[in-house]
Design a protein around this ligand. Structure first.
Ligand SMILES: [Zn+2]
Length: 175
């Protein structure tokens, strides 16, 4: 059965056990998780590969559903765009993105910014003592995308990184 931050009982019944309820209450897991896990359980019949999928993090940014999954689940899901499309429609999301959760900060950032090239990552101390992760990336020019679109997308990726690393993030686009 598909694994996620909501237990199988709660996903199936929609009634929340105290453990899952507190996860939702303290914001550890977004409300959409219950609906998502319920739908994934239903989709298992049609897509048996879901039985092997393990979801670690669920985020919604700008109407996009982000799934942080373990490495093998990331390749499984990325190879089945029709399944992702079905999840997107069931949950009425603009997009469904799958990102592997990696324990190496450099690899994690590279996975999020792929296919953009990450030139470097600096850990910075800003006034107040808060550490910030500064990411320098390279964006290919001939992507047919407008500069504004690229800027928005890079901002979106910075937001994603912030949630994944649980730390302040800034992104510098180098030419
Ligand atoms: Zn539960």
């Amino acid at each position: 059965m598909v694994k996620g931050p909501i237990c199988n009982f709660c996903a199936k019944t929609g009634m929340l056990c105290p453990k899952c309820e507190s996860k939702l209450k303290n914001g550890e897991v977004p409300q959409v998780a219950v609906n998502l896990m319920k739908n994934l359980q239903e989709l298992e019949k049609k897509w048996p590969l879901l039985q092997k999928v393990e979801i670690r993090n669920i985020f919604i940014i700008q109407g996009k559903l982000l799934l942080g999954v373990n490495k093998s689940s990331a390749s499984l899901l990325s190879n089945h765009v029709n399944l992702l499309e079905e999840i997107k429609q069931r949950l009425r999301m603009n997009e469904v993105m799958v990102i592997p959760v990696l324990n190496n900060i450099k690899k994690q950032i590279a996975a999020i910014f792929h296919p953009y090239h990450v030139n470097g990552i600096d850990q910075v101390f800003v006034p107040g003592g808060l550490e910030e992760v500064r990411i320098r990336i390279q964006v290919p020019e001939s992507h047919g995308k407008q500069q504004e679109d690229i800027t928005n997308y890079v901002e979106f990726l910075a937001e994603v990184t912030k949630l994944f690393l649980k730390t302040p993030v800034s992104v510098l686009v180098e030419t």
